[in-house]
Design a protein around this ligand. Structure first.
Ligand code: FMN
Length: 202
């Protein structure tokens, strides 16, 4: 528990990575497997993680990301994408392995909850990827690696570069690697009493 809290407190958005560091495939897989255990509403798991390591792809993405070095210097650039129609794609597999009655109940609830509500379908995908992004950051920390969450890029251009399918949207990047210099000074966090409210807004 203490280690989790320490990782949360010590995590920083890392701007420069050691470009010579290669992440072992099993380590990258362990990080993404851990992220996959993050929660999603009705267990729909809207996330798709595009792992970009190809040099040509990374150069193109960097050009679409204000030339930010993290895109090329990190060991893996994860493009988190949400499938807004995940709720209706072979829905029963989200509840595979549970008693049939329970599976049918959940499949019915999922249809009822999302059908016809485009805003909710989209919001849910964004929520799921937000969960996954932070999970990736903490799992990477557990492997002694640093990360940078990113949305400073042209979403449309990056979508074209990664061949984003219809009904999917890019939510953000998480760059993973070995930090090569200390992060710049930390921005101020808002006071506790401004962000924590009791029972209702005043
Ligand atoms: C959704 C999101 C998008 C971000 N985009 C970028 C980015 O494009 N480039 C960058 O250097 N940092 C980016 N950041 C990092 C933030 O600037 C950073 O998390 C914030 O200043 C707090 O600093 P800390 O993460 O070191 O605590 C992003 C963070 C989040 C959560």
């Amino acid at each position: 528990m203490t280690e989790i809290l320490q990782a949360m407190k010590e995590r920083r958005a890392t701007k420069r990575f050691d470009a010579s560091y290669k992440i072992p495939e099993d380590e990258l897989r362990a990080i993404l497997e851990a992220a996959k255990s993050a929660p999603t509403a009705f267990n729909v798991q809207h996330w798709r993680f595009v792992v970009v390591q190809d040099a040509e792809q990374r150069a193109k993405i960097r050009a679409a990301a204000w030339n930010q070095p993290q895109v090329e210097e990190s060991a893996a650039l994860i493009v988190l994408c949400a499938d807004f129609k995940a709720w209706k794609r072979d829905t029963s597999r989200y509840w595979a392995g549970v008693p049939k009655e329970m599976q049918d109940k959940y499949v019915g609830m999922i249809q009822h909850f999302y059908d016809g509500n485009e805003q909710l379908q989209r919001d849910e995908g964004i929520r799921s990827c937000g969960m996954a992004a932070y999970a990736i950051m903490l799992a990477a920390a557990a492997h002694g690696l640093q990360t940078c969450p990113m949305d400073g890029f042209d979403f449309k251009k990056v979508g074209e570069i990664i061949n984003l399918p219809e009904d999917h949207e890019i939510v953000m990047f998480v760059a993973i690697g070995k930090g090569s210099e200390p992060p710049p000074p930390h921005g101020a966090r808002l006071p506790y009493d401004e962000v924590v409210l009791r029972d209702r807004f005043a």
